[in-house]
Design a binder for this molecule. Structure first.
Ligand code: SAM
Length: 224
């Protein structure tokens, strides 16, 4: 569950992660110690191009190729916290991207599935995760807006791209009591929605405004 991260950089980078956790996360209200510990541990720089390593712990998203981004650290933290993980849950992530959020989730559970639409990004994420010893993640390339029927149901589902509506199929693939975290809105801005399945019905809560790249697929936006 917590693979060794040897060779993940210098004391300087660990210090930068510490600063990131304190100023970008704790000071903005992230207070789940497990989330803070995961964010302090996972070497974010290893999920971006070498030329961007010096900016890896800044308070912003960064480009990862294919017109996509690695989300701002605060967004990764608030989405992870919204999943209310106690450890060991079966999680489906939609939008592997760089694999960074995937690695943060892998700190909580060995039962982790992640789907990425872009083959180029999926390949790079698989390599970054393997290089860091995250061998417990099951990755797939394809349209995650339809979930992953063969492995359903899931205790938690996290969508890291913006959807026009809550994808119904993803809600159906949740266990009773399960949580779905998904940005929902228009193509530019969304609200981070948290949906809990209670007696088979959705109980909704909206957390913060956000701006994600579009979820492109059958239950997302039809065009990239
Ligand atoms: N969580 C990622 C990280 O830590 O790097 C960032 C994800 S990025 C904001 C959103 C990702 O969702 C992009 O890599 C994009 O290709 C992917 N995506 C968009 N639509 C998708 C779909 N229908 N199924 C799977 N992935 C999708």
């Amino acid at each position: 569950m917590s693979p060794g991260l040897s060779g993940d950089g210098t004391a300087e980078r660990a210090a930068a992660r510490g600063e990131m956790v304190q100023h970008q996360l704790e000071e903005r209200g992230i207070d789940d110690p497990k989330v803070l510990a995961a964010m302090a541990k996972v070497p974010r720089h290893r999920f971006v191009d070498h030329a961007l390593w010096t900016r890896a712990y800044g308070d912003h998203a960064l480009p990862i190729g294919a017109g996509q981004t690695i989300s701002q650290p605060f967004m990764v933290a608030i989405m992870t916290e919204a999943l209310e993980l106690s450890g060991g849950e079966k999680i489906l992530e939609i939008g592997t991207g760089s694999g960074y959020q995937t690695a943060v989730l892998a700190e909580f559970t060995p039962r982790l599935f992640s789907i990425e639409r872009s083959p180029e990004l999926a390949r790079a994420a698989a390599k970054a995760l393997a290089d860091l010893g995250y061998s417990n993640v099951i990755l797939k390339t394809g349209d995650g807006s339809l979930g992953w029927r063969e492995h359903a149901p899931f205790d938690r589902i996290l969508v890291t791209a913006g959807a026009p509506d809550v994808p119904v199929t993803l809600f159906e693939q949740l266990v009773e009591g399960g949580r779905l975290v998904v940005p929902v809105g228009d193509r530019e801005v969304q609200k981070l929605d948290v949906i809990v399945k209670r007696d088979g019905k959705p109980k909704m809560q909206q957390l913060v405004d956000c701006a994600f790249v579009p979820l492109v697929g059958e239950e997302g936006w039809r065009k990239g």
